[in-house]
Design a binder for this molecule. Sequence first.
Ligand SMILES: Nc1nc2c(ncn2[C@@H]2O[C@H](COP(=O)(O)OP(=O)(O)OP(=O)(O)O)[C@@H](O)[C@H]2O)c(=O)[nH]1
Ligand SMILES: [Zn+2]
Length: 308
Amino acid sequence: MAREQLPQALVVGAHGRHVILEKPDGERILAHPKGKKSQCVVGDRVLWKPAGDEAVIEAPLPRRNLLMRQDEWRTKSFAANIDLLLVVLAGEPMFSESQLTRALIAAEDAGITTTLLLNKTDLPTAALARERLQPYRDMGLTVLETALTTAPDAAMALLQPHLAGKATLVLGASGMGKSTLINLMVPQAAAEVREISTALNSGKHTTTTTSWYWLDGVAATESGERAAVLDSPGFQEFGLMHITPQRLADLMPDLRQHLGHCRFYNCSHRHEPGCGVRTALEDGKISASRYRLYEALWDELEQGQRKG
Ligand SMILES: Nc1nc2c(ncn2[C@@H]2O[C@H](COP(=O)(O)OP(=O)(O)OP(=O)(O)O)[C@@H](O)[C@H]2O)c(=O)[nH]1
Ligand SMILES: [Zn+2]
């Protein structure tokens, strides 16, 4: 069969070399990649061929973007073709600005828009979280506010227009309310996860696979793109190791704004005299915490380069 004639499908679950495809009619089928080159991740669109009861993935179609996750040991690709990153934050426990900054850098690098969701606004600690988010608002990020447990309907109404027609990856550190949000958006999530885990793992429970959920209560775009959310359990940190330290400032909009005024064309914005970024920092135009995160990330990425 000529490649152009192969049927297309969407990857809705992946665990090692086991993949779940969803055909355009909604039917799901277990699949395996043909070779290393046809390895794929959730969100990929692929060309496939039937192989008995299962499917063989011939090739992933070109990706708009690809996100990497990082654990203690390694960096791995885990989701593709994302339209929006939604980061759930709270004041109790207090969100990590470092984790937020890493997420924003990864999304910026991949060309994905990020929206922040400040949850637990029913608690007094939300005020401090709101204050800590000011530099992010100043960069032009949208910060939505919810109290998912005390005002769930208002939260859903607020979120819907932001999710319409998009594939949204939800990120939230432990305790921020990500599970509460996923359960509100996708009441059947737990059942679907069980079903997919069973198919992928012949019954063993897996917690590491990313899941793709259609949001049938949320509007599609005019061209028919349905809204979906992706949840990746245990996912805390994006892999940034493919980013060189020299590119960091360009991926941080508040620093980027002040580029182009340094004395040295290859300024690291750390020690050099006549640095426009440091001048902006001293003038209070860049927040001290963001600048500290820039320095820490520079060191981390530089070390990674030496090792790698
Ligand atoms: N007060 C308040 N509590 C909330 C809100 N949203 C979630 N919670 C609570 O915060 C706790 C953590 O919420 P989860 O949804 O489990 O958070 P998670 O980020 O998935 O955390 P893990 O389950 O640890 O991964 C739970 O006890 C929720 O009931 C909120 O808007 N206000
Ligand atoms: Zn500089």
